[in-house]
Design a binder for this molecule. Structure first.
Ligand SMILES: NC(=O)c1ccc[n+]([C@@H]2O[C@H](COP(=O)([O-])OP(=O)(O)OC[C@H]3O[C@@H](n4cnc5c(N)ncnc54)[C@H](O)[C@@H]3O)[C@@H](O)[C@H]2O)c1
Length: 338
């Protein structure tokens, strides 16, 4: 499903290696797992299916032969983690509860899954002798600061329990790399999009929500005037960054690095581009009241990411949007939008 050829990018490094992908039945985790399978690794997916679906990895299970195992369980089960991490080289820790507004409604649950769950993953990985843990951090750590672009050494500012959990986890990643015999890195993702991103949740990300509306011949809904901008990043770039981080011959030492495209698109531009790909230009956006707490603009500086893991975005926003829209069309056409 990827636009990139992983073997061309990463050679035989992962051949015969063993990796765990937590949250591997979700959007990002399933793409990381698929790339690792393409690269010859043995992959264990741990996911409790609270947000993900088995179809997200069943669709590539055939090419895995017997190299893909699925454990349906929660990262709160420390005994399971201990067993699952035996003999594992790399952990790509993607499992989390994902929605910012839902975290405001359920802060205790979010802290349990997102922070305690990450602590559990780190402890089990350290005990099992895992080489490196890659953590799915978030650009929400930057809060509502208006300074652009976002540079990793800017102060963090949690505007939600979700962001607070992600910042706490970055601190844990750093502490583990410094105190124990394990390496870690926190990859701060900026608005990731691509096939398999869930469009059916009440908290769907903007591209998924627009796809759901357009597929059902409805007008996409925008909170505010639509001039807010985001560094929308196609999924292959995120997978590439995770693989580069795992492969790095430097000690990453709990460093935080931005993962993005380094470009920003307004939500109005996004809606227009998507309507055009759908051939439904008449479905102009409907503007709703601005949401409290929404950040106006977001854009990543990628200098540190380039220096540390030699990452450069591989797929532009426009090149990623077309296959994403095509995927939603085939998945959703005929599905009514809420
Ligand atoms: N999508 C983005 O734009 C974005 C941006 C910043 C950070 N992130 C982070 O990236 C990671 C992956 O996000 P995604 O977009 O693929 O979300 P997703 O919801 O598709 O995937 C998350 C997966 O984690 C699983 N999960 C949740 N709780 C679990 C638990 N207790 N035990 C085991 N599995 C559990 C879910 O079932 C789901 O399959 C998350 O940590 C998210 O916070 C995503």
């Amino acid at each position: 499903m990827a636009l990139l050829n992983w073997v061309e990018k990463h050679g035989d490094f992962f051949q015969g290696k063993k990796a765990v992908v937590t949250g591997g039945a979700g959007f990002i985790g399933s793409h990381i797992a698929e790339a690792l399978i393409d690269l010859g690794a043995t992959v264990v997916i741990i996911d409790d299916l609270s947000g993900g679906e088995t179809i997200n990895f069943e669709c590539f299970k055939d090419k895995a032969d017997d190299r893909l195992t699925f454990i349906q369980d929660t990262i709160l089960n420390t005994d399971m983690l201990k067993d699952a991490f035996t003999g594992v080289d790399y952990v790509f820790h993607q499992a989390a509860l994902g929605s910012v507004p839902r975290s405001v409604e359920q802060p205790v649950l979010y802290n349990q899954v997102n922070t305690t769950g990450t602590q559990n993953v780190l402890a089990a990985a350290t005990e099992a002798g895992v080489t490196r843990v890659m953590f799915a951090a978030s650009s929400s750590a930057y809060g509502d600061s208006e300074t652009l672009p976002k540079i990793e050494n800017m102060p963090v500012n949690a505007m939600s329990p979700y962001a607070a959990n992600k910042i706490a986890c970055e601190a844990l990643m750093s502490a583990y790399a410094k105190c124990y015999d394990i390496d870690t890195a926190s990859l701060r993702y900026f608005n990731i999009f691509g096939p398999r991103q869930n469009a059916n949740s009440a908290y769907a990300a903007v591209i998924a929500a627009f796809a759901k509306a357009l597929s059902a011949d409805k007008h996409p809904q925008i909170f505010g005037d639509g001039e807010q901008s985001r560094d929308f990043t196609f999924i292959d770039n995120v997978v590439h960054a995770n693989l580069l981080a795992a492969r790095s011959d430097k000690k990453l030492n709990g460093n935080v690095i931005n993962i993005a495209c380094g470009d920003r698109i307004t939500v109005n531009q996004l809606a227009a581009k998507m309507a055009e790909i759908y051939g439904k230009n008449q479905l102009t956006p409907e503007h709703l009241e601005e949401r409290a707490g929404d950040v106006k603009h977001s854009l990543a500086d990628l200098t540190k990411t380039k220096d540390l893991i030699d990452y450069e975005p591989q797929i532009t926003f426009d090149d990623g949007l077309v296959p994403t829209v095509n995927w939603y069309r085939s998945e959703l056409e005929g599905t009514p939008a809420n």
